[in-house]
Design a protein around this ligand. Structure first.
Ligand SMILES: [Zn+2]
Length: 170
């Protein structure tokens, strides 16, 4: 009995089988422990009497747990991004730059000038764009779910450009 599982390996079953220990049905394509010598299969969770193959069992359970968590984990680890974040940053950079320049060149009147004048249209356009991205982002987020992933404001590698929204669907 002890030698039965000595060469046991974790593998995908090509054929359906029955667990030698608990008698459970093991479907073809499922992962199980198999020993070529006695051509016996058993579930991950069924430990043989012999304590030595227990190590194999625990490794196998670990693999199964990782596989089960993989789909949810990879999805969760993708950072969804914040809609409009790049446009918002560009607006703030331009607006704050203008304020700094005006305060430096007009130490006395800078505050008054800033109170009476507006950011140029080219700066305000970034805020408008950010708001629109935020609005569309919220609408897309409402569609997101199990099968639909929505990402926002993703950089395009090796460029300064960004993609406002990405929707991944089946
Ligand atoms: Zn079993």
């Amino acid at each position: 009995m002890d030698g039965d599982w000595a060469d046991a390996k974790v593998m995908l079953l090509r054929y359906a089988g029955r667990c030698r220990i608990c008698g459970a049905e093991l479907l073809a394509g499922s992962t199980a422990v198999y020993t070529r010598e006695s051509r016996a299969v058993r579930c991950f969770t069924c430990a043989p009497d012999d304590p030595s193959p227990v190590a194999i069992t625990s490794v196998a359970v670990g693999v199964a747990t990782v596989a089960a968590q993989m789909s949810t984990a990879t999805a969760a680890e993708v950072i969804a991004g914040v809609a409009g974040a790049s446009a918002r940053r560009e607006h703030d950079r331009r607006s704050q730059g203008r304020e700094r320049r005006i305060r430096q060149s007009q130490p006395m009147w800078g505050g008054l000038i800033l109170a009476l004048t507006d950011d140029p249209q080219t700066t305000k356009a970034w805020a408008v764009g950010a708001e629109e991205e935020e609005r569309l982002g919220r609408r897309l987020d409402n569609l997101a779910g199990e099968n639909i992933r929505v990402l926002h404001d993703r950089r395009i590698p090796r460029t300064r450009a960004n993609l406002d929204h990405i929707v991944v669907a089946p």
